[in-house]
Write a new protein. Structure first.
Lengths: 150, 403
């Protein structure tokens, strides 16, 4: 799923949907103000975004909404830093890299191998720091915390 | 030779460090998710409850029973755990932290992107999400990548009707919405030293709109005098920065009143180019421009006149509202036909307290003008308080006149 530059968290999940703890509500309205039809096509997808994805509000509902809507990973040349941390913290791979592809194409994201492959073309991704990799591999900060404490 | 961020975090740019958090806070929006994440962690003991704050500002008072119940749970949690708590009407979290709760050199983490506001005190202040915050509740620490720093070197002094907000928007226009992503900004030079504490808070507040982690001013005599008003006696910070990634130079004498045109904060244009654009609502307030000096300046411009469009003024805190009441500023604002909202975020995030309708235009002193943010189909122009006041009196975007 290919989306543009500077997509802010208001466009990922609008402020009017935040007053709940119901994750399915967030998942059902993800990208509503960007492209209302997108939500139907997200399950099992990788989002290939433009630069500065997830800028704006720190709302963690934005990353939860994407995950709950079935997004497997987000690839972008750069992320807003709070979004980046939030994504890793809930176990959603946020990958710094670029990928020339169109909607609907098959894409391989190989975090250990350090590349994305699409349209028979491999491109390098920026490696995650060891701290972030540890959190992501545990499935997020909460599972990591539990595995250490329990 | 270090930047202020390197000095406070104790590492070089690019290093990963584990930092002890001096103050951590959430609001009613992010607090709910933080509490959820904390419960999922198994409800661990709080490392330093005395360093935590829960400050209600996003939907105050509650707009419906769902919000009321979420707030009830968070309120009871704060009280049961001995966490500093501010209920509806107390004010905006960043403002309350800036009323004597944050000191130079501290590490401040808030579950809100505009936590960078508190960089104005020479503290390393940055926003995180709810899960990070839950881990901070439990451990008292968090990790950071020590940021590179862009130096914003400011000279001269503001002239005419220009104010700190015009400087802040001009900087965002120069850097772009991702011009400082992963970086810190440091505001230095005689122009930065000449800004009031309130002006600095406005400038630091906008830092995140360029993607920056925080926006720092060095604590100086101005900081000292401001914090002395809250009973704190601090030592000014000495600047030792040489390690800037780059420097951006700005002459305050060249700053003119500007607006950010929807839907981007970095689409910054002189007010004169937009003059005459009709507005349906003017909103003065938020963590950017809801402080006492902002209200006083607004009152000075509207004194003895009537606003031509509906105008909502929301003080950033109960303390600001009280002071405005004591000094007559509030009375002047009311006499001009404006209405006053409960101290808090107001309609900025589009939840309630003045959201706009489709096709409507709001001129706002806030910090974000994203698509649909303040109401589906509405448009938000961002400006200074003086521009907002002049525009409210004419019902259209208007260049503020010199006093």
């Amino acid at each position: 799923m290919v989306v543009g530059d500077d997509i802010d968290t208001d466009q990922i999940i609008a402020g009017r949907y935040l007053r709940t703890k119901d994750r399915q509500i967030w998942a059902g309205h993800v990208f509503e103000d960007y492209d209302p039809g997108l939500v139907e096509r997200l399950r099992g997808s990788v989002i290939i975004a433009g630069k500065n994805f997830g800028c704006g509000s720190s709302r963690e509902q934005a990353v939860i909404a994407l995950r709950e809507a079935g997004v497997l990973a987000v690839v972008a040349p750069s992320f807003a830093r709070i979004f980046f941390r939030n994504a890793i913290n809930i176990g959603l791979p946020a990958i710094e890299g670029t990928c020339e592809c169109d909607d609907g194409m098959d894409v391989v994201v190989d975090i250990d191998g350090g590349f994305i492959e699409c349209n028979h073309k491999k491109t390098q991704i920026k490696p995650l720091s060891s701290k972030m990799k540890e959190i992501l591999l545990a499935g997020g900060l909460v599972p990591l915390w539990r595995s250490r404490k329990l | 030779m270090t930047t202020l961020s390197e000095h406070i975090l104790g590492g070089r740019a690019g290093d990963y460090v584990d930092a002890e958090v001096d103050r951590a806070y959430v609001h009613d929006g992010t607090g709910v998710l933080t509490l959820e994440a904390w419960k999922e962690m198994g409800g661990p003991a709080l490392a330093h409850p005395e360093r935590l704050s829960i400050l209600f500002d996003h939907i105050v008072p509650a707009n419906n029973t769902v919000t009321a119940l979420l707030q009830k749970e968070l309120r009871e949690f704060a009280k049961s755990r001995g966490i500093r708590f501010s209920d509806i009407g107390g004010g905006i979290c960043h403002q309350l932290m800036g009323e004597g709760e944050v000191l130079p050199g501290e590490v401040i983490v808030g579950a809100d992107s505009h936590t960078c506001t508190l960089g104005a005190f020479g503290a390393f202040a940055t926003g995180v999400g709810a899960t990070d915050m839950a881990a901070i509740w439990a451990s008292g620490t968090t990790w950071f990548r020590v940021p590179e720093t862009t130096g914003i070197v400011i000279s001269g002094s503001l002239s005419g009707a220009s104010e700190a907000k015009d400087l802040a928007l001009t900087i965002i226009g120069m850097l772009g919405m991702d011009g400082a992503t992963y970086q810190a900004l440091e505001f230095t030079g005689d122009g930065a030293e000449g800004l009031s504490m309130e002006g600095r808070l406005t400038v630091s507040n906008l830092s995140v709109e360029s993607g920056a982690k925080t926006g720092l001013f060095y604590a100086d005599r101005t900081t000292q005098e401001y914090l002395a008003g809250f009973g704190h006696f601090i030592v000014p910070q000495v600047r030792d920065a040489t390690g800037y990634l780059r420097e951006v130079h700005i002459d305050l004498g060249e700053i003119e009143p500007v607006v950010a045109v929807p839907p981007r904060v970095d689409r910054v244009r002189p007010v004169r180019e937009l003059a005459g654009t009709p507005v349906d609502q003017v909103f003065v307030g938020t963590c950017t421009n809801g402080r006492y000096d902002d209200l006083r300046r607004f009152a000075t411009i509207v004194r003895g006149k009537k606003v031509m469009v509906r105008t909502i003024v929301i003080p950033a805190s109960a303390r600001v509202l009280q002071r405005a009441a004591d000094t007559g500023v509030l009375s002047t604002i009311l006499s001009s036909g404006c209405t006053i909202g409960t101290p808090g975020c107001g309609p900025c995030l589009g939840a309630h307290m003045g959201v706009i309708g489709e096709e409507e235009v709001c001129l706002s002193t806030a910090n974000r003008n994203f698509t649909n943010r303040m109401g589906v189909g509405g448009k938000i122009y961002l400006s200074s308080v003086s521009t907002a006041a002049a525009s409210a009196l004419k019902g259209e975007i208007t260049v503020p006149e010199v006093d």
